[in-house]
Design a binder for this molecule. Structure first.
Ligand code: CA
Length: 673
């Protein structure tokens, strides 16, 4: 068990193991259960509407709930069909009398004023029973694209119909293009890009956007109802069943295109401690405290207590609910080091009962270690990775930093010519699982490989800042090469590749490094950039095709990691993945040259023992699973670029070139300056 620093009387509360907290609906009657062991009295209050000021709001009834001292649970059953009836609890306890929503709310009125009973089966879109998750044999088969629901389609460049822009339903439009062009956008674009999963910034109900006006912008890392979809992403936030149905329509539409949905879950803190249903329902229980003060490892004013029985149960119940009711394919845990190891492993075990292939990974840090309230040995950081399941991944910030330098400053990483960070880049390319280069991870499946995410500067803005360029629309070749080098390192690594939406078309937030509440003008995806930066998009597409085609990069065995052959010489890294699978390429070598002006000379390359007779799949201009050049070991590799080569003999056999003349390549070598 984890050891918490705090201790108070809440430790003695009776706990409950049932799976029926919240409401249990049938057409004949509905039962309500709320765990509130310290309460003197709990009343159930039923309403016709979801908010205080709606027209015709009326109290439909008030019912005294009954207490079970053995479990701490209050319950009441109401006869009749309560579908779409709103409700609250009036709880009298040591901190006063509070009217609050249900911590186990599954539906809510506008701005979460009240909880709601809903017949969940009535929210299923047509064909939902045939909807299936996108499941991959190993986590590192996944290629994740992180996007905010609103950013995805809020711009008119998305080509999405006006009423769906910024909403869940934008994901159901399958044939969108940049207006007046045939460049695909949104889901159609993603299908061509080849990613396997979208990771959505918070889509549970959060508090920072007024659902009635929808004017403000926010990323949504301020949870209110963990089990309710956010209302501002629905076309009708007033009727709680609408957002549920529209969320499912989004999931179904993505699944139909073979794209999985990963939820960004933020169980580590709540929007507002005092007004939180958790605190009103059981004061002092759900949060880690010290001397009567809320601890703050989340950096947001409170940290939840995953190590306490009923919050751990809450997390497990909530995740199982999203996985089963909404067919979610994976979960990304915000500030996962706020959570304890036992809880995360128990979540893995519980999700395994649904499907072992549901993805789990998270941020292996807190915002403030000193205020975490659990021992450093118990929290989910990289040091403790080996105590976790090898199917609980962690973002590899060492490699991120090694590739591009500091996230927001003008420092340089490997792509901008800093050779000092080569080691962390190599270790990262080995999925942080190499016995030689450092192995905080048990296996590549535990390592999320990335260079940009919603936090901090976009990769493009970081490249420009570190090169002292302020023209966010530049198409300067040197900056594009740095972006491409980063893409090679991420997509041809052994971990789980992850990217911020638009990294592949030089997405810019115009230097805004923390755009969590910046306007759409900063955050919206400008789909026109897919045209301006088409060559970069195609490069990412090609790397994704190559990744999917070459098994050893996606292999999750540490044997495969340790059999990789690595040579590092100052400005050049060469990684060779060997392969003995029948009918597949025998080897693939990734050579990265970060020199700003000097080509990688033949003498340097002699160290790598690259074969003379080979094909080039990737050079500084194009990438893919098809040969673009015959490798010539006498010719140098261009500055700031990578090449990927593979064996000619097997390639020709696979591609049927045996009885044909050799393919005619545009270049006999990679392009040089
Ligand atoms: Ca909300």
């Amino acid at each position: 068990m984890s050891r918490a620093f705090y201790s108070n009387s809440t430790e003695n509360y009776k706990t409950y193991d049932g799976s029926d907290l919240g409401f249990t609906y049938t057409a004949e009657h509905t039962t309500f259960k709320v765990w509130a062991p310290s309460s003197e009295q709990v009343l159930l209050k039923l309403y016709s509407t979801g908010s205080f000021h709606e027209r015709n709001a009326q109290v439909l009834g008030i019912k005294q709930m009954n207490f079970d001292p053995m479990t701490g649970v209050w319950s009441a059953t109401v006869d009749g069909n309560l579908n779409r009836t709103y409700y609250t609890y009036v709880i009298k306890n040591e901190s006063g009398t509070h009217e609050t929503q249900d911590v186990y709310s599954k539906a809510a009125g506008v701005n979460s004023a009240r909880s709601m009973v809903v017949d969940l089966r009535s929210t299923d879109p047509e064909g939902w029973e045939n909807d299936r998750r996108v499941l991959l044999d190993s986590p590192n088969e996944a290629i994740v694209w992180e996007v905010h629901v609103r950013d995805f389609s809020s711009s008119d460049t998305s080509g999405v119909t006006r009423q769906h822009r910024g909403k869940f339903l934008a994901f159901t439009e399958k044939d969108t293009c940049v207006p007046f062009t045939d460049y695909p956008t949104c889901v159609k674009y993603l299908k061509e890009l080849g990613i396997t999963h979208v990771q959505l910034n918070p889509v549970f109900d959060f508090g920072s956007v007024d659902e009635e006006t929808g004017v403000e912008y926010n990323w949504g890392y301020d949870p209110v109802n963990y089990n309710v979809p956010e209302g501002s992403y629905s076309t009708d936030p007033y009727h709680g069943e609408v957002r549920i149905r529209e969320f499912k329509e989004m999931v179904k539409a993505l699944h139909e295109e073979g794209i999985g949905v990963i939820m960004d879950v933020v169980y580590n803190h709540v929007f507002s401690t005092a007004s939180s249903p958790f605190e009103m329902t059981v004061p002092g229980y759900y949060f880690r405290m010290q001397n009567g003060k809320f601890l703050n490892s989340s950096g947001c004013g409170n940290v939840t207590a995953s190590d306490k029985y009923m919050f751990r149960k809450y997390m497990i119940d909530s995740l199982k609910y999203w996985a089963t009711e909404y067919h979610i394919d994976g979960f990304r845990f915000d500030l996962m080091a706020c959570h304890d190891i036992d809880t995360m492993n128990m979540i893995r075990e519980e999700l395994d009962k649904i499907d072992k292939r549901i993805l789990m990974y998270g941020e292996p840090w807190t915002a403030n270690d000193g205020e975490n309230g659990i021992s450093g040995e118990d929290c989910c950081n990289k040091v403790n990775a080996k105590k976790l399941s090898d199917r609980i991944g962690m973002f590899n910030d060492d490699m991120r930093h090694g590739i591009k330098g500091g996230s927001d400053d003008d420092s340089k990483g490997y792509i901008q010519g800093n050779t000092h960070s080569a080691y962390s880049v190599i270790a990262g390319m080995m999925g942080a699982s190499s016995t030689t280069f450092g192995n905080w991870a048990k296996a590549p499946s535990q390592c999320v490989t990335y260079v940009s995410a919603h936090d901090n500067l976009t990769l493009w803005d970081k490249i420009l800042k570190s090169n002292w360029c302020k023209d966010y629309n530049t198409t300067d070749e040197m900056y594009l090469r740095q972006n491409k080098l980063a893409a090679v390192m991420v997509l041809l690594s052994m971990g789980i590749p992850f990217m911020l939406a638009g990294e592949e078309f030089a997405r810019t937030k115009k230097g805004d490094h923390n755009s969590y509440k910046s306007p759409d003008s900063v955050n919206s995806i400008d789909w026109k950039r897919t045209i301006t930066y088409k060559e970069l998009v195609d490069y990412y597409k090609g790397l994704i095709r190559l990744r999917k085609a070459y098994f050893p990069i996606r292999d999750n065995t540490t044997q495969s990691v340790n059999e990789s052959y690595i040579v590092y010489n100052g400005r050049t890294i060469a990684v060779t993945h060997k392969n003995d699978r029948e009918g597949e390429l025998k080897y693939m070598t990734v050579v990265i040259n970060n020199s700003p002006d000097n080509p990688c000379t033949p003498e340097v390359r002699a160290h790598y023992e690259l074969p003379a007779d080979a094909y080039v799949l990737v050079n500084n201009r194009v990438a893919g699973d098809k040969a673009v050049a015959v490798y010539n070991k006498e010719k140098p590799i261009s500055p700031r670029s990578a090449i990927v080569i593979t064996d000619k003999e097997t390639y020709d056999r696979i591609n049927g070139a045996d009885n044909q003349t050799q393919p005619e390549f545009e270049d006999t070598i990679e392009v040089t300056e």
